[in-house]
Structure formats: C-alpha cells, structure tokens
Design a protein around this ligand. Structure first.
Ligand code: SF4
Ligand code: SF4
Length: 272
C-alpha cells in the first residue's frame, strides 16, 4: 500500500481544499468540484503507480472534459486565460481565478506541468493525434506564446474599457477561443508531426507554468549510477526533455508533463 501514498496524498490535498473552500465561500459546488477533481487525480495517480497504460488518458478525459463541458459549456464559465483576466480585473474570486491559482500558478510549485499532462482539455484532444513523438528539432518560434499572452490581456482590457466585459461576452469568447485553439493545435501537430507543438510554441499559459514548474517538488529524478546509457528515455519523451541530467537546468526542464513515458521504458530503473 505504501506505493500508493502519492495517490492518497493528492486526493487528500484536493479534498482538504474542497472542504476549506466550501466553508469559506459557503458553496456546496466548490465542495463537489474539488472533491471530484481530487478523486479523478488520486485514481489516476494510483493507476499510474500500478503501471496501467491508460492511467493518464483516464485523468485527461475525466478532468479535461469535466472542465470543458461542465464548467465551460454548461455552467458558462470562461476557463481560458481571458476568463482569468476577467475575474482578476473584476476583483472576484471566481472559477477562472481559482482554477489558475491552483492549476497554473501556485500548484506547479508542487506538481510542475502536471496540468498539461493530465487535465488540459486542449492537450486531451491533441494527444489523440498520431504524432506522439516529435520528429525533428525544435522550431525557433516559442516567442509566439508571448504574443498570444499579450493579446489575450489586451483583449480583456479593451472589453473592460468598452464596457463589454460581461459574463455572456466572456462565454462567447470561451467558445471562440477553444475552437481557435483546437484548429491551430491540430494544424500545427500535422504540420510539425508533433502532437504537442501547440504546447511548445503557442500556449500562453506556459508563461505562468514554466517559471513555477522550475521549482516543482514533483519531478523526474535521474540516477546516473544506475543508467546504462541506452537512450530509450530520450526517444520516448514528447517534450524533448534532457531527462538524463538530474539538474533543474536540464534542457526543456520546465516542459516535463510528468507523462512517465521515460520511467516506463527505462530498463535500469534509473528514472523515478
Ligand atoms: S517522457 Fe519523462 S521527461 Fe519526458 S515529459 Fe514525460 S515524464 Fe517528462
Ligand atoms: S532509459 Fe534509463 S538506462 Fe536508458 S539512458 Fe534513460 S535513464 Fe539511462
């Protein structure tokens, strides 16, 4: 049972959050919301520990589609970055700000880019495409993410200045933004033969995720003494992480999505 400690801890963290927010905000919805996410993450982590190949897909589908369909399409919450700006500028602790604070700003100090690997509803679809391993070297177009980040901020500021920053406008923006993300994400995956091209070059959220996940508590550790230098781990990494280097400064260190492809193929158990 000891090996399932992380799964239980993950569940416990979210359950505690659920109870605290329920009491603070007097909201049964927050109790349900974070309990549901905690159960899915805990189960997913337990399945990963049990080396079930479908573990990550299970979490992606249960959490990713819950956020997209239930919170986004049914509850009309804008869960994209524009929704975060909207709630932030409105001074409201709403779905967007809570979601960003937990999954994308402070949470990555503990679980790094776990969001990208397990809960992002854009990556959930992109990961189903056939280009699971990147072909060829990285393109030098990572600057696009800064442009997208700035544009999203400017767009919401302009909406506020025009007096058009309303929940219904934000909901329409959510629908439009998701269509654009899926179209661009799929087109890039096909063009670069890389399912995760969108995450590497376009996604504005990485502006928050990258610096925070640098300090992540949870990370893939490499044991140089056990390694037989077969290179298998490097071949299966979808994010081009230099995992055969234990330093936090390893190449693309802040892009690891904790998919555990590398730990699964390592014949020497040098990664964990
Ligand atoms: S293969 Fe390993 S290093 Fe690469 S993203 Fe997955 S967990 Fe991280
Ligand atoms: S798969 Fe394991 S043994 Fe092979 S290079 Fe990577 S860490 Fe070393």
């Amino acid at each position: 049972m000891k090996k399932y400690r992380t799964a239980f801890l993950l569940f416990l963290v979210f359950e505690t959050l659920a109870v605290v927010l329920w009491q603070l905000k007097d909201s049964l919805f927050l109790l349900f919301n974070f309990s549901y996410i905690g159960v899915c993450l805990g189960l997913g982590s337990a399945l990963t520990t049990a080396r079930k190949r479908f573990a990550r897909l299970f979490v992606q589908l249960t959490v990713g589609s819950y956020i997209l369909v239930f919170l986004g399409l049914i509850c009309h919450e804008n869960m994209q970055i524009e929704g975060f700006w909207f709630y932030l500028f409105s001074g409201v602790v709403g779905a967007g700000t809570l979601h960003y604070a937990i999954a994308k700003i402070f949470g990555p100090l503990f679980f790094g880019r776990g969001w990208c690997g397990y809960a992002c509803w854009t990556a959930m679809i992109l990961d189903l495409l056939p280009y699971k391993l990147p072909q060829g070297p990285r393109k030098r177009i990572g600057y696009i993410r800064y442009i997208v980040f700035a544009l999203s901020l400017i767009l919401v500021v302009v909406l506020f200045l025009m007096g058009e920053a309303t929940p219904s406008v934000m909901f329409r923006l959510f629908i439009f933004g998701n269509i654009v993300y899926y179209v661009v994400g799929i087109a890039l995956a096909i063009a670069f033969h890389d399912n995760r091209a969108f995450c590497k070059y376009i996604c504005p959220i990485t502006i928050f995720l990258k610096p925070m996940s640098y300090y992540s508590l949870l990370r893939i550790r490499y044991d140089k003494d056990k390694c037989i230098r077969c290179g298998k781990c490097l071949e299966v990494c979808p994010m081009d992480v230099e995992v055969t280097n234990d330093s936090r400064n390893r190449q693309n260190a802040t892009e690891c999505i904790l998919c555990h492809n590398c730990t699964r193929v390592c014949p020497a158990k040098a990664l964990k």
